[in-house]
Design a protein around this ligand. Sequence first.
Ligand code: HEC
Ligand code: HEC
Length: 261
Amino acid sequence: MRLILMFSLLTSLPALAQLPSRRRAQPPPRMEDAVPGREIYNRNCTICHGIDGAAGDRAPALGAQRRYLRRTEGDLHEAIKNGIGGTLMPSSPLPDSDIRKIIAYIRSLRATAIDVAVAGNQRNGEAIFYGKGACLDCHRIRGRGGLAGPDLSDIGVERKLEDIRVALTTEKPAPSRGYQPVRLTTSDGRTIEGVIKNENNFSLQILGVDQKLHLLLRDEIQELAYEGNALMPSDFDKKLSKEEFQDLLAFLSRQARRRAQ
Ligand code: HEC
Ligand code: HEC
């Protein structure tokens, strides 16, 4: 019995030893490879996939905002080198070094804020989020905070770093659906301010600045004014010092309830 165990241990050893060495043969993609990788991709893959990672006539986008079947480096390498059986995706004759560059490029297309190194002090950013920035008035993180803006608990995996920077510094041309600010007076003289969560010909659902949900029938409303601008302030690069702004970005970029693969 013990002998058999010993034997199976021994035979499984070479298999174990192989694993790390196989990994070593495939060093992780480096972000600087993304630049030549883009060129190799655009030259070799765009008969089917779209240019710059977009969807093509015959193959899906490799870098749009969607869930991917193949996310790990190994899976991507396998798909490109050997093709995907039963589909149009062919095996590629490119050398491994070029495939690695393409993978770095695909990764760079997909990277959300959490995937990139962000300078700044997260702790200090957190203090700004809950303090000076007053972000909590309108945003929630992990169940705490206001409701007028989107939940930011997963912002690090949902958005690219640049999108977060833009959200903090640039006014939106129009508020998004679900965040349209409104101010109204009811026929019995009450004033309600908030964002429209839902509306139809007969009624409105408003999330008030009082954090309560108001359901109003159209004929109860005397006056209704849609605000042109989103509630989100767009001057945090001016309200905060350069360091504070960077610290806030560092904090936001790490927000993820579950780390993405
Ligand atoms: C002849 C057309 C064709 C060419 C050329 C081609 N692909 Fe594809 N590729 C496809 C199709 C079709 C799929 C979708 C397969 C499926 O349904 O799973 C695909 C899927 C993929 C996937 C998996 C996507 C995912 O989310 O799972 C990767 C990665 C990929 N291709 C990379 C490449 C790269 C890199 C090249 C160039 C070296 C390339 N492909 C060239 C047709 C092509
Ligand atoms: C007065 C309310 C309010 C305050 C204060 C506020 N926000 Fe917002 N924020 C919003 C609203 C509303 C939106 C959605 C705007 C839209 O899409 O129309 C938003 C959008 C965002 C987005 C984009 C979210 C996404 O999914 O794209 C980020 C990031 C963000 N806010 C971060 C912050 C941070 C950080 C602070 C504090 C420094 C802050 N906000 C302060 C209301 C606010």
